[in-house]
Design a protein around this ligand. Structure first.
Ligand code: HEC
Length: 223
């Protein structure tokens, strides 16, 4: 049987065929990727992390929470039913580095902000089994002992500002942290939990309670 022109002219010339394949794949890639870089992200309604939340986020990264938790609700019915509205690209505008994650040993955390009271997180991080019977999440009880140094947070805020997060030049990091932390310790106190405002757990609660809230408000009328 005679060989087809495709086989003799292309498939038998491996170098040429590899070259043409590369060109074809590149065109497909550019068509997908180029519009993403050309459309500016609309960050209206997306707030950068406050200094206390930045501190919590640094702890989240240090402890490797992303090894068990993703932060991305996919636009699939089962996901939006369980977690809430799906994740939009602009919601990650101030996430440097992003915490999308790739494993879900625990549930997705993208929409966890506002889901539980502060006291729930305090107890859950101390002993996950106390709030979620049978949980395999490890205890992070040292967050209830360790203290946050505002100088470290200042360095993180400076780095984020360099990368484009809109923090005012005269932002008083230590004062902003103290104000927000006082709000959290007051709420904890009303649940009969005493803790100092500079403990790492307070920063972690601030971060967890911000998670996905902007998107939840912006896209509340959409699935
Ligand atoms: C070994 C895997 C693992 C690690 C590491 C881990 N978690 Fe979890 N996490 C889980 C599992 C499993 C659950 C579900 C059961 C539960 O509520 O404890 C969970 C639940 C949660 C929830 C409640 C989510 C919801 O919607 O009910 C939060 C919040 C949370 N984790 C935060 C964290 C934070 C913050 C860290 C890092 C300090 C962390 N987790 C590290 C496995 C993990």
């Amino acid at each position: 049987m005679a060989e087809s022109w495709h086989r003799t002219a292309l498939e038998h010339r491996s170098a040429l065929f590899a070259g043409l394949t590369t060109v074809a794949i590149s065109i497909g890639g550019i068509v997908e990727i180029a519009p993403m870089f050309m459309t500016p992200l609309d960050t209206t309604g997306i707030t950068p992390y406050t200094p206390l939340e930045v501190a919590g986020r640094d702890i989240y990264i240090r402890e490797g929470c992303y090894n068990c938790h993703s932060q991305m609700v996919r636009p699939l019915h089962a996901e939006t039913l369980r977690y809430g509205t799906w994740s939009r690209a602009n919601e990650y505008a101030f996430d440097r580095p992003f915490q999308l994650g790739s494993r879900r040993i625990g549930p997705d955390l993208m929409r966890v902000g506002g889901k539980y009271p502060d006291a729930w997180h305090f107890e859950h991080m101390r002993d996950p089994r106390s709030t979620s019977p049978g949980s395999i999440m490890p205890s992070y009880s040292w967050l209830h002992e360790n203290r946050v140094d505002p100088a470290d947070v200042q360095a993180s805020v400076n780095a984020l500002r360099t990368l484009g997060s809109p923090y005012p030049a005269d932002l008083d990091v230590a004062a902003a942290m103290a104000t927000q932390a006082a709000g959290i310790t007051t709420r904890l106190a009303s649940a009969k939990i005493q803790t100092d405002p500079d403990r790492e757990i307070v920063a972690m609660i601030a971060y967890l309670q911000h998670m996905g809230l902007d998107g939840k408000n912006l896209y509340k009328d959409q699935p």
